[in-house]
Design a protein around this ligand. Structure first.
Ligand code: FE2
Length: 200
């Protein structure tokens, strides 16, 4: 299989009590796995079959007849990125270069957190909230469904999944509480710093 399901970078109970093992079990083993299975089925026997995931996503994004492949392959990438965007004992104010950039581009962590929360809570229906590097500047954005910064020429630094499957078992309909918990207890700033460094 060209496209692989990566293991979670931590144990299923590692994000508890904020995100339960049950949520990670369904989210990784069922939802993420299904995107992998579907994308592999769609590329089987086509010229994309042996291509890297990012090439498959870019090709599908440019071809309106490949909407299903875009959705599934982008969701594979988005979820792999999501697992790394969270860490046990994560969250709170950032350190390192990302902290300086957030101070410069947003006017401080609190202002960033307000914007990120508004984007995540305000995304109507399913989607993602992102911290991105766009033209050398940090920005917050939301995308719908499987859409992602990569295909819009932006570099993702961090993401929060706001599909209901990401939080419903733990927070039911309370998306604002989930996003608050994500920011206060889960954000992996080391990952964001590494992505910022890699973008140069
Ligand atoms: Fe998800």
């Amino acid at each position: 299989m060209t496209i692989q399901l990566p293991d979670l970078p931590y144990a299923k109970d590692a994000l508890a009590p904020h995100i339960s093992a049950k949520t990670l079990e369904f989210h990784h083993d069922k939802h993420h796995a299904a995107y992998v299975t579907n994308a592999n089925k769609m590329i089987a026997g086509t010229p994309l079959a042996d291509k890297p995931l990012v090439d498959i996503i870019r090709a599908a994004a440019e071809d309106p007849s490949k909407k299903g492949l875009f959705n599934n392959s982008a969701q594979v990438w988005n979820h792999t990125f999501l697992w790394q965007s969270m860490a046990p004992k994560g969250g709170g104010a950032p350190k390192g270069e990302i902290a300086e950039r957030i101070q410069h581009d947003f006017g401080g962590y609190e202002k960033f957190a307000e914007q990120f929360s508004a984007a995540a809570v305000g995304q109507f229906g399913s989607g993602w909230a992102w911290l991105v590097l766009d033209g050398g500047k940090l920005k917050v954005e939301a995308t719908a469904n499987a859409d992602m910064p990569l295909v819009h020429g932006k570099t993702a630094l961090l993401t929060c999944d706001v599909w209901e499957h990401a939080y419903y078992l733990d927070f039911q309909n309370r998306r604002p509480d989930y996003v608050k918990t994500f920011l206060e207890h889960l954000v992996n700033w080391d990952f964001a710093n590494a992505n910022l460094k890699g973008a140069k």
